[in-house]
Design a protein. Structure first.
Length: 118
């Protein structure tokens, strides 16, 4: 399912690139007093498109890191809010939850903490 979606997106992007490449633009490139035309015009426009694609990939990578960081901050805030809510609703459980937290942290440290699948 995911592979077919990825293939469809690649085909869509290639179609979009082809459409942009063959679309006429109002920009004219002049070299030695002559307008650039034919295959050289497509090559010059292709470089501009390549620079735009690289720039968009850089922005996408930056935004993925930003959104991941924001997601971790929001997750921490939700966990903290849940802890406060549990403390307010069940104050008699706090003496039980603190030792459980210490045991949980100890077990996580012994198992390797951040190892996936371990």
């Amino acid at each position: 399912m995911l592979k077919t979606i990825a293939i469809a997106l690649v085909v869509l992007l290639l179609g979009l690139v082809a459409w942009v490449m063959f679309q006429s633009s109002d920009i004219s490139i002049i070299v030695n007093g002559h307008r650039l035309g034919g295959p050289m015009k497509l090559a010059a426009e292709g470089w501009g498109l390549l620079v735009a694609i690289v720039g968009l990939f850089c922005v996408a990578i930056l935004l993925s890191f930003v959104f991941a960081g924001i997601g971790l901050i929001l997750l921490g805030a939700v966990v903290l809010a849940g802890l406060v809510a549990a403390w307010l609703v069940f104050p008699f459980l706090l003496p039980l939850l603190v030792p459980l937290l210490i045991v949980w942290v100890f077990v996580a440290a012994v198992r390797g903490g951040g190892k996936p699948g371990g």
